[in-house]
Design a protein around this ligand. Structure first.
Ligand code: ADE
Ligand code: ZN
Length: 339
């Protein structure tokens, strides 16, 4: 087994993936047609060509991302994209995946919270892959809207494992959602929040996540490295950093590769994720991990460490976690014996 085969066959977990970012260009066109939605793209090639997120990156990416997800108009659409993504996961040897969904967006387009949950859960229950759903709040929206989502989620408590915070970060600090996070914790949800790369006040936002919101994970979290105190808190409290090393136009981004190396060397619990696999060139987890391994020159042991961190940072039961970790260690051992 060579390194690429080792990575392909590795038992995997993914903790940072937005279900709305898994819609292929082909599917965007199909749904636009089926639902009569006007989009500014006439072909798959045009959709892919639009994936060039130059400065200011996050905003440009999100504008594109929301344009593509605007074709999702009913439960059937959401069911189909969830089913298709989970089928991909099976092919990638992903044993467990925790998926973000943006309820405010779907509701705005006419899909009720209940229909949304039914669509995703039908796909999840039919899949061999173990799944967890994370309800993400769009941070440019109001606290009141987020609190309403908690009300709507009440009757689906068993099917939603955690809450998160995503979308346009500048001017929308984590602290804006303190009340939301306090109640979510009381309601028994696990907590995470995006701290995207190169955002204004990035270190301050990471501080708020760790100290005020008291999150279990930080999504991305590259700027934790900019502050030794934060590094210490993340290490001590084992706050998993769900890094996504890919970005346009360079894929994976050299600076993110360097950060991954630094995080591993510091003993931080960092793992590898695709974020929005249909919207970045490196696509799904296996291919992304293979390019990270090659371009960052990571060893088999180091690639396994990323995956140990993913299983450890996941929100599954202890027993299930132990089974996956045992399988992962056996996989590494088999590779090392041959090489
Ligand atoms: N929504 C989808 N992907 C995102 C990201 N990387 N950051 C913020 N919001 C997102
Ligand atoms: Zn994300």
């Amino acid at each position: 087994m060579n390194m690429n085969e080792f990575i392909a066959a590795m038992p995997k977990a993914e903790l940072h993936i937005h279900i709305e970012g898994t819609v292929s260009a082909k599917k965007v066109l199909e749904l636009a047609e089926r639902n009569g939605v006007d989009i500014p793209y006439a072909s798959e090639a045009e959709i892919v060509a639009a994936q060039d997120y130059s400065f200011p990156a996050l905003e440009n990416f999100l504008d594109y991302h929301y344009m593509c997800s605007s074709v999702l108009r009913d439960g059937r659409d959401v069911y189909e994209i969830t089913r298709d993504f989970l089928e991909k996961c099976r092919f990638e040897n992903i044993r467990h995946v925790e998926m973000f969904f943006d309820p405010q967006q779907h509701i705005e387009r006419g899909v009720s919270f209940d229909d949304l949950m039914e669509a995703m859960m039908t796909a999840c229950q039919a899949s061999e892959v173990s799944t967890g759903l994370i309800m993400c709040m769009n941070r440019e929206r109001s606290l009141e809207s987020a609190m309403e989502m908690l009300d709507l989620a009440d009757k689906h408590r068993e099917d939603i494992i955690g809450v998160g915070l995503d979308s346009y970060e500048e001017g929308n600090p984590p602290i804006k959602f303190q009340e939301f996070y306090d109640r979510a914790r009381e309601d028994g949800y696990r907590l995470t929040a995006h701290c995207d790369c190169d955002q204004k006040d990035a270190v301050k936002h990471a501080h708020q996540c760790a100290h005020d919101l008291n999150v279990d994970r930080i999504d991305h979290g590259l700027h934790v490295l900019d502050d030794p105190e934060l590094v210490e808190v993340v290490r001590k409290r084992e706050i998993t950093l769900t890094m996504c090393p890919t970005w346009r136009p360079s894929d994976p981004e050299p600076r993110r590769l360097k950060a991954l190396r630094e995080m591993l060397d510091l003993g931080l619990p960092v793992c590898l994720n695709t974020d929005d696999p249909e919207e970045f060139a490196s696509r799904y987890l296996t291919h992304m991990m293979q390019s990270v391994q090659q371009k960052g020159n990571f060893s088999a042991e180091e690639m396994t460490q990323f995956m140990r961190n993913a299983f450890r940072g996941s929100w599954i039961g202890q027993e299930q976690r132990a089974i996956h970790l045992t399988e992962l260690e056996a996989h590494l051992e088999a590779y090392l014996k041959q090489n």
